[in-house]
Design a protein around this ligand. Structure first.
Ligand code: DHK
Length: 148
Protein backbone atom coordinates (compact mmCIF):
# COMPACT_ATOMS: atom_id res chain seq x y z
CA UNK A 1 0.00 0.00 0.00
CA UNK A 2 1.24 3.52 -0.83
CA UNK A 3 2.51 5.67 2.05
CA UNK A 4 0.06 8.40 3.16
CA UNK A 5 0.82 11.82 1.71
CA UNK A 6 1.19 14.92 3.86
CA UNK A 7 0.76 18.53 2.75
CA UNK A 8 1.71 21.60 4.75
CA UNK A 9 -0.50 24.61 3.96
CA UNK A 10 1.16 27.89 4.87
CA UNK A 11 -0.53 31.28 4.89
CA UNK A 12 1.48 34.46 5.32
CA UNK A 13 0.75 37.85 6.82
CA UNK A 14 -2.70 39.44 6.84
CA UNK A 15 -4.40 36.31 5.54
CA UNK A 16 -5.87 35.81 9.03
CA UNK A 17 -8.00 38.86 8.19
CA UNK A 18 -9.64 37.27 5.15
CA UNK A 19 -13.38 37.84 5.19
CA UNK A 20 -13.10 41.50 6.12
CA UNK A 21 -9.79 42.52 4.53
CA UNK A 22 -10.27 44.40 1.23
CA UNK A 23 -13.20 42.19 0.19
CA UNK A 24 -13.21 43.69 -3.31
CA UNK A 25 -9.80 42.07 -3.86
CA UNK A 26 -9.72 39.07 -1.52
CA UNK A 27 -13.43 38.21 -1.28
CA UNK A 28 -15.42 37.41 1.84
CA UNK A 29 -14.40 33.81 2.47
CA UNK A 30 -12.55 33.48 5.77
CA UNK A 31 -9.27 31.65 6.30
CA UNK A 32 -11.05 29.12 8.53
CA UNK A 33 -13.38 28.35 5.63
CA UNK A 34 -10.45 27.89 3.24
CA UNK A 35 -8.66 25.62 5.73
CA UNK A 36 -11.86 23.60 6.27
CA UNK A 37 -12.18 23.13 2.49
CA UNK A 38 -8.55 21.96 2.23
CA UNK A 39 -8.96 19.56 5.17
CA UNK A 40 -12.10 18.14 3.56
CA UNK A 41 -10.26 17.68 0.25
CA UNK A 42 -7.43 16.04 2.14
CA UNK A 43 -9.79 13.69 3.94
CA UNK A 44 -11.39 12.63 0.65
CA UNK A 45 -7.99 12.06 -0.92
CA UNK A 46 -6.34 10.40 2.08
CA UNK A 47 -3.90 13.30 2.45
CA UNK A 48 -2.80 14.58 5.85
CA UNK A 49 -3.22 18.37 5.84
CA UNK A 50 -1.76 20.76 8.39
CA UNK A 51 -2.62 24.45 8.02
CA UNK A 52 -0.64 27.28 9.59
CA UNK A 53 -0.94 31.06 9.34
CA UNK A 54 1.45 33.62 10.72
CA UNK A 55 2.14 37.30 10.37
CA UNK A 56 5.78 36.59 11.25
CA UNK A 57 8.39 35.58 8.70
CA UNK A 58 10.44 33.53 11.17
CA UNK A 59 7.43 31.53 12.34
CA UNK A 60 6.67 30.59 8.73
CA UNK A 61 10.30 29.62 8.16
CA UNK A 62 10.24 27.45 11.32
CA UNK A 63 7.29 25.51 9.88
CA UNK A 64 9.04 25.09 6.54
CA UNK A 65 12.13 23.75 8.31
CA UNK A 66 10.02 21.19 10.22
CA UNK A 67 8.03 20.13 7.16
CA UNK A 68 10.43 17.44 5.86
CA UNK A 69 9.88 15.45 9.09
CA UNK A 70 6.27 14.71 8.07
CA UNK A 71 5.17 16.46 4.86
CA UNK A 72 5.68 15.55 1.21
CA UNK A 73 4.77 18.92 -0.24
CA UNK A 74 4.04 22.53 0.65
CA UNK A 75 1.16 24.73 -0.50
CA UNK A 76 2.03 28.32 0.27
CA UNK A 77 0.42 31.72 0.01
CA UNK A 78 3.25 33.86 1.36
CA UNK A 79 1.07 37.02 1.36
CA UNK A 80 3.25 40.11 1.21
CA UNK A 81 6.37 38.00 1.82
CA UNK A 82 5.89 36.73 -1.75
CA UNK A 83 7.45 39.94 -2.97
CA UNK A 84 10.09 40.50 -0.29
CA UNK A 85 11.37 37.34 1.36
CA UNK A 86 14.65 35.83 0.23
CA UNK A 87 14.70 34.05 3.61
CA UNK A 88 11.42 32.22 2.99
CA UNK A 89 12.60 31.26 -0.49
CA UNK A 90 15.87 29.92 0.98
CA UNK A 91 13.95 27.87 3.56
CA UNK A 92 11.71 26.39 0.86
CA UNK A 93 14.74 25.44 -1.24
CA UNK A 94 16.42 23.83 1.78
CA UNK A 95 13.29 21.83 2.66
CA UNK A 96 13.60 20.24 -0.76
CA UNK A 97 9.88 19.46 -1.07
CA UNK A 98 7.62 20.28 -4.02
CA UNK A 99 6.06 23.71 -3.52
CA UNK A 100 2.91 25.12 -5.07
CA UNK A 101 2.42 28.88 -4.73
CA UNK A 102 -1.11 30.19 -4.47
CA UNK A 103 -2.75 33.62 -4.40
CA UNK A 104 -6.37 34.64 -4.16
CA UNK A 105 -5.85 37.65 -6.42
CA UNK A 106 -4.16 37.85 -9.80
CA UNK A 107 -0.88 39.41 -8.67
CA UNK A 108 0.05 40.12 -12.30
CA UNK A 109 -2.98 42.35 -12.78
CA UNK A 110 -2.15 44.45 -9.70
CA UNK A 111 0.59 46.91 -8.73
CA UNK A 112 4.01 46.42 -10.37
CA UNK A 113 5.66 45.45 -7.08
CA UNK A 114 3.37 42.42 -6.87
CA UNK A 115 4.45 41.10 -10.25
CA UNK A 116 7.67 39.64 -8.87
CA UNK A 117 7.58 36.63 -6.57
CA UNK A 118 10.61 35.20 -4.78
CA UNK A 119 8.82 31.85 -4.63
CA UNK A 120 7.60 31.32 -8.21
CA UNK A 121 11.06 30.44 -9.54
CA UNK A 122 11.41 27.53 -7.15
CA UNK A 123 7.79 26.38 -7.28
CA UNK A 124 6.37 23.43 -9.15
CA UNK A 125 3.54 25.74 -10.20
CA UNK A 126 1.60 28.87 -9.34
CA UNK A 127 -2.17 29.37 -9.17
CA UNK A 128 -3.53 32.89 -8.75
CA UNK A 129 -6.58 34.98 -9.43
CA UNK A 130 -9.44 32.63 -8.62
CA UNK A 131 -10.13 33.47 -4.98
CA UNK A 132 -10.59 30.40 -2.77
CA UNK A 133 -10.76 28.27 -5.94
CA UNK A 134 -7.03 29.03 -6.38
CA UNK A 135 -6.42 27.01 -3.21
CA UNK A 136 -8.56 24.11 -4.39
CA UNK A 137 -6.85 23.92 -7.77
CA UNK A 138 -3.40 24.29 -6.22
CA UNK A 139 -4.15 21.61 -3.64
CA UNK A 140 -5.40 19.15 -6.22
CA UNK A 141 -2.41 19.81 -8.48
CA UNK A 142 0.02 19.22 -5.62
CA UNK A 143 -1.79 16.09 -4.40
CA UNK A 144 -1.84 14.68 -7.95
CA UNK A 145 1.86 15.40 -8.31
CA UNK A 146 2.64 13.67 -5.01
CA UNK A 147 0.59 10.61 -5.90
CA UNK A 148 2.09 10.29 -9.39
C1 DHK B 1 -2.05 38.05 -0.63
C2 DHK B 1 -1.41 39.13 -0.10
O1 DHK B 1 -1.48 39.38 1.19
C3 DHK B 1 -0.68 40.08 -0.96
O2 DHK B 1 0.39 40.70 -0.27
C4 DHK B 1 -0.20 39.46 -2.24
C5 DHK B 1 -1.89 37.66 -2.04
C6 DHK B 1 -1.33 38.73 -2.93
C7 DHK B 1 -3.13 36.96 -2.57
O3 DHK B 1 -3.70 37.40 -3.56
O4 DHK B 1 -3.54 35.96 -1.99
O5 DHK B 1 0.35 40.45 -3.07
Amino acid sequence: MAEPVGILVLHGPNLNALGTREPGIYGTTTLDEIDAMLRALGKEAGVEVQCFQSNHEGALIDRVQEAPTWADGILVNPGGFTHTSVALRDALIAADLPVVEVHLSNIHAREDFRHHSYVSGIALGVVCGFGPTSYRVAFEALADHLRA
